[in-house]
Design a protein around this ligand. Sequence first.
Ligand SMILES: N[C@@H](CCC(=O)N[C@@H](CS)C(=O)NCC(=O)O)C(=O)O
Length: 304
Amino acid sequence: MMKLHGFFRSGTSHRLRIALNLKGLAYEQVAVDLRKEAHLTDAYAAINPQRLVPALEVEGEVLVQTPAIIEWLEERYPNPPLLPADLGARQRVRALAAIVGCDIHPVNNRRILQALQNRFGADEAAVNAWCNTWIMDGFDAFDELLRLHGATGPFACGSEPTLADVYLVPQIEGARRFKVDLARWPRLMAIDQACSRLDAFRKAAPAVQLLRGRPVSGRRGERCGHAVLEPLSPRAARPTRAHRIRPGHEQPCSACIAAQPAATSRLGWRAGSTGGCVGWNVVRCHADRCTRRAGRIGLCGPLA
Ligand SMILES: N[C@@H](CCC(=O)N[C@@H](CS)C(=O)NCC(=O)O)C(=O)O
């Protein structure tokens, strides 16, 4: 059986699940947890040297890059088709898919957002503004092309789902995570609705995937369970190894701050408010008696 190495919340894994489901193909899923940076391990690099998800093991090969994988599926399993028979319509479908695949998703990817935060000092508001800019720009273009094509629905390019829908729906899901106001594009929302009535799309949705055998939806800490860490004093905020208030640096985890306030305040930290904290997605706890010290912790922030 095909083996899909992916992550429930990754937009590209989501798009590949939709394509596989539309083709009626059976596949086994292997979770590569982006929150734990499982994709950056050597074990995963042996599967995909680019250290990105997804990868599809099929017929003794590992396929990478969703545009190439999905085109492979289309050629290998032509029915039902995800590209229209008409040459012009095929070009239009590919162009719509490329707006998402080439122009929206890549610039909002996890590693890009991490670089904005870690190397260029962007805070959470700046990162959200960045994502909103490119999602809105791309969706405006997608919507305008649909209008120019005289789209009649219910799907992006007519009465059957195509690659345009396969790419669009996960990007709408991503836009929700970044709190983009989707009311601006009623046409796109109607397509999303039509897709959500199909099993192939419903069963591919991030919220219904299993992680280590359990449903991912509603898991504690899923959105963002972290304390926003604040230095206790200006002295503590000095950029020393233990105290640096920077994403990705070493600091006590929120569980330790809650459980061992004395120990963590010795380290110079106290819990602040909780909230969306894009910057705090990889920390290594240095508090006394932290049972999670060995592992990387942190769940928060929109990923992928
Ligand atoms: N062009 C690639 C992009 C793959 C990709 O960027 N995957 C994201 C998840 S949606 C990822 O692995 N991100 C990890 C990271 O940015 O660190 C494809 O379409 O397969």
